[in-house]
Design a binder for this molecule. Structure first.
Ligand SMILES: O=C(O)C[C@H](O)C(=O)O
Length: 464
């Protein structure tokens, strides 16, 4: 069962149960590409913009109060998630996001018209362009929605879970502050370190990533709204840009402001490139974390085996009893995806042509995916890996004892060359450093015990 809707191209049949109109229907037909739907966060942000615009337009006399009320009511229903199924369009559509902006305009108008006592859909009394899209263009609405969705994702999802992971690592670092083990550089035995020191690096790396993400937020809070088609603000009343930014700030509780240069806000996406770069920083830090923990956890018999990762599930369908570092695998895979997304975002943002960047849907699709993956990844890794990981102190002690670079402590006493001779002899003969040192006669047993003390090799002036 269908009804006829119209747009400037002409009439088209739309399913009866749809709230959308002609332009959404055409997009469905013309862009049957992929399965990546326009993110709901963007569509809800667009609905929020329609609600804010209705309020501002009603206050300024641009919209009759009853029309504005109907728009608000329908927009609220969208924001409550009542009409999520009404947004079927994919990412691979017009580069301005016009079809998704019109999808939101049409659904809000279609529902408002039903609420007004008429039929679902249509253009009376509420018109999707003249009323819902009043004083707006996709060119300013869509980037505004991109910024709102991104900032909400970072503040409400990513920063809290990143803090959980950082706190979890910090707790483990404190718990194992004095557990001495061998350090490794170039993947080769090096001088001692504590497990706490090793973990503290991850805490600091995540701190750097968090600072980078926070630093990207102020520019992402600047909104294009009010620039309309090319940035001049044609068809928007004076003061509209500032008024709608204030309205959106009040509705979201976010420190949203009007972008000082609307031409840049439509044609460039540097604030989101900056944010994506910060997300990349986090992905890079998480990759190191995942890789190091799976290296340290390798074994259990033929690997480093210095760390026991939680045995969450059987690892193999064929090898009985095998347990794999699956959390590290998931975290490093999602880090790869975020690095790839950053490359896509960079290419897309570099392609602004004259007054408009027309790569907006692919930018926000990738950015929101990165935010979501990182947010979920941090929480998941904390809960299913970091919280229950256990160091194997026996294995750490054995590696430390066998390690050849404890010899470095002898440098100040017998010099680098003699110390190197000791290390090489021990390695060649498969003996201990102590045996090699005594055989070479460069020091006596008492001196060896006094000078080669791993717990005294953990930092400048540190003696635990
Ligand atoms: O959809 C609009 O409001 C404008 C469109 O993106 C255009 O510039 O052609």
């Amino acid at each position: 069962m269908s009804r006829t809707e119209t747009d400037s191209i002409g009439p088209i049949e739309v399913p009866n149960d749809a709230y959308w109109g002609a332009q959404t229907q055409r997009s469905l037909i013309n862009f049957a590409i992929g399965q990546e739907r326009m993110p709901l966060a963007v569509l809800h942000a667009l609905a929020l913009i329609k609600k804010a615009a209705a309020r501002v337009n009603s206050r300024s006399g641009e919209l009759p109060a009853d029309i504005a009320r109907l728009i608000e009511q329908a927009a609220d229903e969208v924001l409550e998630g009542q009409h999520d199924a009404q947004f079927p369009l994919v990412v691979w559509q017009t580069g301005s996001g016009t079809q998704s902006n019109m999808n939101v305009n049409e659904v809000i108008a279609g529902r408002a018209n039903e609420l007004a006592g008429g039929n679902r859909g249509g253009k009376t009394p509420v018109h999707p362009n003249d009323h819902v899209n009043r004083a707006q263009s996709s060119n300013d609405c869509f980037p505004t929605a991109m910024h709102i969705a991104a900032v909400q994702g970072v503040r409400h999802c990513l920063l809290p879970t990143l803090a959980e992971l950082r706190d979890g690592l910090q707790e483990q670092a404190q718990r194992h502050a004095n557990l001495v083990k061998t350090g490794r550089t170039h993947m080769m035995d090096a001088t001692p370190i504590t497990f706490g020191q090793e973990l503290s690096a991850f805490v600091a790396q995540l701190g750097h990533a968090e600072a980078a993400i926070r630093a990207a937020l102020p520019a992402a809070c600047e909104l294009a709204q009010g620039g309309t088609a090319v940035g001049t603000g044609l068809n928007a009343p004076a003061g509209f840009a500032e008024a709608i930014a204030a309205e959106l700030a009040a509705l979201t509780g976010l420190p949203l402001t009007s972008a000082p240069n609307k031409f840049a806000a439509l044609s460039g996406h540097e604030p989101l490139v900056h944010l994506s770069g910060a997300l990349k920083t986090l992905a890079v830090a998480l990759m190191k974390l995942a890789n190091d923990l799976r290296l340290l956890g390798s074994g259990p018999r033929a690997g480093f085996a210095e760390v026991r990762l939680p045995a969450n599930e059987p690892g193999s369908s064929i090898m009985p009893g095998k347990v794999n570092p699956t959390q590290c695998e998931a975290l490093s895979m999602l880090a790869c995806q975020v690095l790839g997304n950053d490359a896509t975002i960079s290419f897309a943002a570099s392609q602004g042509h004259l007054q408009l960047n027309v790569f907006k849907p692919v930018i926000i699709h990738n950015l929101l995916q990165s935010i979501r993956l990182l947010a979920d990844g941090c929480r998941n890794f904390q809960q299913h890996c970091v919280a229950d990981l256990q160091p194997d102190a026996t294995q750490m002690a054995a590696h430390l004892e066998n390690g050849l670079m404890l010899v470095t402590a002898l440098n100040p006493h017998i010099g680098y060359d003699k110390a190197a001779e000791i290390a090489k002899k021990a390695y060649a003969e498969g003996s201990t450093l102590r045996q090699a040192a005594l055989q070479l006669g460069y020091l006596n047993e008492e001196e060896f015990d006094q000078w080669v003390r791993p717990q005294d090799m953990l930092g400048a002036g540190r003696h635990d």
